[in-house]
Design a protein. Structure first.
Ligand code: CU
Length: 124
């Protein structure tokens, strides 16, 4: 009795392996299930423009390692509280949140006043 059960189990396992081995069709659910994880990058720059109606901030920022080079561009800010923290001409650091095609700024921190002197003398 025990050997018969074992034999059946083995046969089913073998059949299962063959079936999965032959099917090369990609699983449809894998595509839908891949909700990309949120990535975060540190940004450092100057506020060049504020659009309160769209809640978009234009930042002249330095290179963001592993993400993009130095440029001036607009970023949406999702959190109104975060948007109200910044003003034209501010030297800031912020976090760029990236999730798939979605990208926005948050976690604004005004750069300390002494940082201005540091940037002029600090040549990397
Ligand atoms: Cu950019």
């Amino acid at each position: 009795m025990r050997t018969v059960t074992l034999f059946l189990t083995m046969s089913l396992l073998a059949a299962g392996l063959l079936l999965t081995g032959c099917s090369s069709a990609p699983k449809a659910e894998e595509k839908a299930a891949s909700k990309e994880a949120m990535k975060q990058y540190q940004l450092k720059g100057e506020i060049m423009g504020l659009d309160a109606s769209q809640r978009v901030v234009t930042v002249k920022h330095g290179a963001i390692e592993g993400f993009m080079g130095a440029m001036t561009m607009g970023y949406p800010v999702k959190d109104p509280a975060e948007f109200s923290k910044i003003a034209m001409g501010d030297q800031i650091t912020a976090t760029v949140y990236v999730s798939g095609d979605d990208m926005y700024l948050g976690n604004f921190q005004k750069a300390p006043p002494q940082a201005k002197d540091a940037t002029t003398t600090d040549k990397k």
